[in-house]
Structure formats: C-alpha cells, structure tokens
Design a protein. Structure first.
Length: 582
C-alpha cells in the first residue's frame, strides 16, 4: 500500500516501431512532495465485462478496452512515458487506499505536468477528414476571440462555405458532444479537466489544446461571425450549444466561481459507477475543510450516509438551509434506499428538475426574517443511516386546498400556451372561492393588505422581475404584474412569460386555511403545514409524521407563499418552536 502523500506512477514502455505489440510498463511509488514528473489522464473506463491484458511490472493485468486504446495512443515510439492512471495506479480493491488516493486528487492533478483528455477513438462512421475539419472550426472560433472578437482578416475554413460542405464536420462535432461522447457525462472528468496546469484534448489520432476549446466558447457566447450563425442555425444550433455549455461550465469550475452548494448542484447530473463518487469526485474543487464530514471520501459507509452528511456540510458551509431547496427528493425508482426526504440525493437528477430557477431567487427572499440556523443542534443521528434535522421556526398556516400540478413538459399533443392559461385560471378560481369562504366581507382583499388581483399576479412572478437568463433583477412592479394578466387574456409571449413558466413548472398551487396563496412541490397535499425556518430564505412545507410525536414531521419541500417571503411570518408574534424533520 502506498503511504500518505505517495502515488504510483506508470512508466509506459515505448513500442519500438510496433504499436500492435503488448502494452508493457512498470509501476513505481513516488512522493508527491518530491514533485515527480508525470502526465495525468482523463478518460472513461468503459465496460469491465471484457478486459484486455497488458503487462505491468512483469504481471498480466486486465484493463478496459477504452484504456487499452488510450494507452496505445499515448505510447511513444522510442521513449518511456510517465503517466498517472487511476485504473492502474490505485488498488481498486482496497477501500482504504482508494479513499486515501481520492483525498489526494487535488494534488495529483494539480502537480502533473499536463492532463490528457481522452475523447475516445473517432467513430467509424466519421471520416478522419471530417473530424480534422471539426477541430479546424473550433480553432477558427478561438482565433476570432483571440483577435478581440473580430473576424476581419481571419479566413473561415472551407467547410463553412456552404451547408453541404459543413454537413460532415458538423456530424463530427455532434459525435464529440455530450449526447454522443460519454466523457462529458462522467463526474470524475470535472476535476480532471479543471485542476491541471495544462490540458490537451486527444480524439483518436488528433490533438488540440483545451484552451482552444475555452477560447471557442468565448466566441460562441459573444458576437458570433455571421458565417458561423448561418451554418449552425441551418444544421441545428442546440447541438453546438450543449457542447459549448459544458466547456463553459468547466471553465466556471476552474475559476471556483460556484459555492460548494452550487458546485454540487451543477454537476450532480453527471454519472458515476459508485454513487458516493458523485460527491467524492468533486472534492478536489473544494478548499480543504469546506465539507469536513464528506471530504474523507470513506468507501466503507453507505451512500445514504454520504448524502445526509453532504447536506449537513453544505448547510454549515452556506450557513443556511439552501441545500433543502435543491429538489432533494427523487422519484422512487431513482432514490437512494432509506434516504430521508430532506437529504440531497445526489445519486441522480429528477426528471422534473427545476432547481436552477429557484436557486437564482434564493438570495432575493428572506422568509427567515434575518434569523440564522443553529448549527450545533441541527443534525441528529438516530441509529445507523438514520438522520433527522432539528430546525427552529414558526408555524405559518395549514394547507387546505390544492390545484392540479403544472407538468413540464406537458402531455403529448398539448398546446402549451393554452394549457398554461387554463391552469392559471383554474388556480385563480380556486383561490377566489376559498377566500370568499374565509373572508366573505372582504373577498377582494388578500391577507396583508394587497388586493386579490395584485396578490395573484405577483404570485405568478414570485413578486420579482427576471432577465432573459431568469436571474433576479428587481422586485416586480405593477407593469410586470399586469403583463401576467395580458398573457392570461390573450396568450402570446411577454417578457414575464418565461418567469411564469419557471415559477409554475412541476409545481402545485395551494391555498392555506386563512387564504394565503402559494406554490409548492408537486406532491403537496391538503393538511401539510407551511413553516418559516431560521436560515430559510424560502418557507417550507412539512407534513405531520404518522405515529410521530407532536413536533415530528416529514419533509415536504420549498415553497413560495405570497405575503411571507420577507420575514412577515416572524412579525406576527408566533411562538418559535424546534421541530424534528425526517
């Protein structure tokens, strides 16, 4: 076993003119503090069902076919090459060694001379010339950025001359993108592409600096030359958009722009064979001590423990309940067995995920009224893999009436605009009828003083105005609210349309006993309670635990309630209580 701060390095022997010869090399232990010279790699393991034998330190070792292909691509003709490759340099059957080496990933990838990003062999149906021209297009985009965003004096490649000449290279770009190339879908490749001082893309026999890809994204997100707009618009701009988006996200990770909670949320869609690696694989991007409970990368504890500890660490790091709004509850068929409803289940991502929209609004609201979480008594362990949260807050009201869920995407054959308008109108009728029952003398007045008309319009927007990227710009004004009603009356697209869509997608409308209107998780039911908790910018719904004690609840989810988003619930004089959340 290697010691702390040590790694194994594979010295891959040259092929001496016969690249079909058996791959051979030696493994040697080196201390990281001695700054050994080596290149790290980033690749997808591929299937382990059919292994290929290579020779390592005189012994036969089975590796996956993708690694065999990669090693043949890397093997030099007449010189030994020093490489760090997880499949060979870590004892994958020793959990203690694996945890130790994973904890050192930040150093391993930061100290390497360069990282080689293996996109795999070029697909058989893609001619090499088309693949070469695809990289030429990316280099052209990079050159435009490097010239200050102007394409004067930079000759576009011949493949951009017509739709016909662009067809082959475009298919090659498609095969390189996230929908066709598994490298973009694996969580381990995030830190491998971010931490090293230098990276190169290897794609079959081709090679391109990773920096070229990053510079190409700057043209994509800036002023694109007309010839590129024309070609991509004709061929299908979404294909290129996803490729560029993934590269942009990796650059965001490189500059450590995301907080730990946003980092986890951004990359949780990527896959890992071991669900615990969905978290361990990005620990190298978090400063040591940021997530102290999970950064030990313990492979001897169940995934449910990892995810509960992660949620707690993220709340401590952010000093808030932010992780509880990140759609933590997955569909039953995807959920980690035994996980509490409040814990962020990072094993998968929901089919109805809408968390980015609501994450953007988190800083805007202050339902907690300035009251912070008590970290010392927040997490309780009730036996093996059984955790609860202890939260302080005030009871707001009980949900009495709910509307139908607004599903996104809608059922096949549904006219989306019409369906939206009909669903919103049905919610409006539900609220009007309820408020007439509870306040028959003032049916047009919403609790807190707004008219019902104003309160419902503001509810549809979350009472905020967003820009084209759905980021919050300001509180909604009367003009914004009236645009909602224009949409309801005539259909069509207004600047508030996408905000309404984001507020309602896969959410359920509800009305509380006293007439408060809200939007909550899609499985919100009558009888659930709305609470404003310390550290919660949003309020939350909870449901009394069947057979539980007086203050024991099952977690519901984040909600928006018109009239209590800025601390109003704490101004009513309600008693603050501590409740146990399962």
């Amino acid at each position: 076993m290697v010691l702390q701060n040590e790694i194994r390095i594979l010295y891959l022997f040259p092929h001496n003119g016969d690249n079909n010869a058996l791959l051979k090399g030696d493994l040697k232990v080196a201390a990281l503090e001695a700054d050994p010279e080596y290149e790290a790699v980033s690749y997808v393991w591929g299937s382990s069902d059919s292994l290929v034998d290579i020779e390592v330190s005189g012994n036969k070792v089975g590796v996956t076919k993708n690694l065999d292909s990669f090693l043949r691509r890397l093997r030099l003709a007449d010189k030994t090459r020093a490489l760090w490759i997880d499949q060979l340099c870590i004892n994958q059957w020793d959990n203690k060694e694996k945890a130790q080496q994973v904890r050192q990933m930040r150093q391993i990838y930061s100290k390497c001379q360069a990282c080689l990003l293996w996109m795999g062999d070029i697909k058989e149906e893609i001619p090499l010339t088309d693949a070469e021209e695809a990289l030429v297009i990316l280099k052209y985009m990079a050159a435009v950025f490097e010239a200050g965003g102007k394409d004067e004096g930079i000759t576009p490649p011949p493949s951009l001359e017509s739709n016909a000449s662009f067809e082959g290279p475009f298919k090659a770009l498609e095969s390189l993108g996230i929908d066709s190339n598994p490298w973009w879908g694996r969580v381990w490749t995030v830190q491998e592409a971010v931490l090293p001082p230098d990276q190169s893309i290897l794609w079959g026999p081709l090679e391109m600096p990773w920096q070229t890809m990053i510079h190409a994204t700057r043209t994509w997100t800036g002023a694109m030359p007309a010839v590129l707009l024309e070609r991509f618009s004709s061929a299908g701009i979404s294909t290129m958009a996803t490729l560029m988006a993934m590269a942009v996200w990796l650059n965001i990770a490189r500059w450590r722009i995301d907080s730990p909670a946003y980092l986890v949320n951004r990359w949780r869609f990527r896959e890992a064979t071991d669900p615990r690696d969905k978290i361990y694989a990005i620990m190298g991007l978090c400063p040591t001590g940021t997530l102290p409970t999970v950064e030990n990368c313990d492979y001897d504890i169940p995934a449910v423990d990892v995810f509960c500890n992660l949620t707690f660490d993220l709340m401590v790091s952010d000093e808030s309940l932010l992780p509880l709004i990140m759609d933590p509850r997955l569909e039953a068929e995807k959920a980690t067995p035994g996980i509490p409803r409040w814990a962020l289940d990072a094993a998968h991502i929901s089919d109805r995920n809408t968390d980015w929209f609501h994450l953007y609004a988190w800083p805007e609201y202050k339902a907690h009224g300035g009251r912070h979480i008590d970290i010392g008594k927040m997490l309780k362990r009730q036996g093996q893999s059984h955790y609860t949260l202890e939260l302080e807050g005030v009871f707001v009201d009980t949900i009495e009436t709910v509307g139908e869920v607004w599903l996104n995407p809608p059922p096949p054959g549904t006219d989306q605009d019409t369906a939206q308008r009909e669903r919103i109108r049905s919610w409006e009728r539900i609220a009007q009828e309820h408020i007439k029952r509870v306040t028959p003398d003032t049916p047009e007045t919403y609790p807190g003083g707004l008219s019902f008309h104003d309160a419902f319009g503001r509810l549809m927007l979350g009472d905020i105005w967003r820009n084209d990227e759905q980021r919050v710009e300001a509180r909604a004004d009367d003009e914004d609210m009236e645009t909602v009603y224009k949409f309801l009356e005539t259909g069509g697209r207004y600047w508030t349309h996408r905000t309404v869509w984001g507020m309602m997608s896969n959410q359920r409308f509800f009305v509380t006993k006293t007439g408060l209107m809200g939007i909550g998780h899609m499985d919100t039911q009558p009888g659930e309670e709305v609470w404003a908790f310390h550290g919660g910018n949003f309020p939350f719904t909870v449901r009394r635990r069947e057979g539980g004690g007086e203050n024991e609840y099952d977690f519901g989810g984040r909600c928006y309630v018109q009239g209590i988003m800025y601390g109003e619930a704490f101004e009513r004089g309600e008693e603050t209580k501590t409740v146990t959340i399962y």
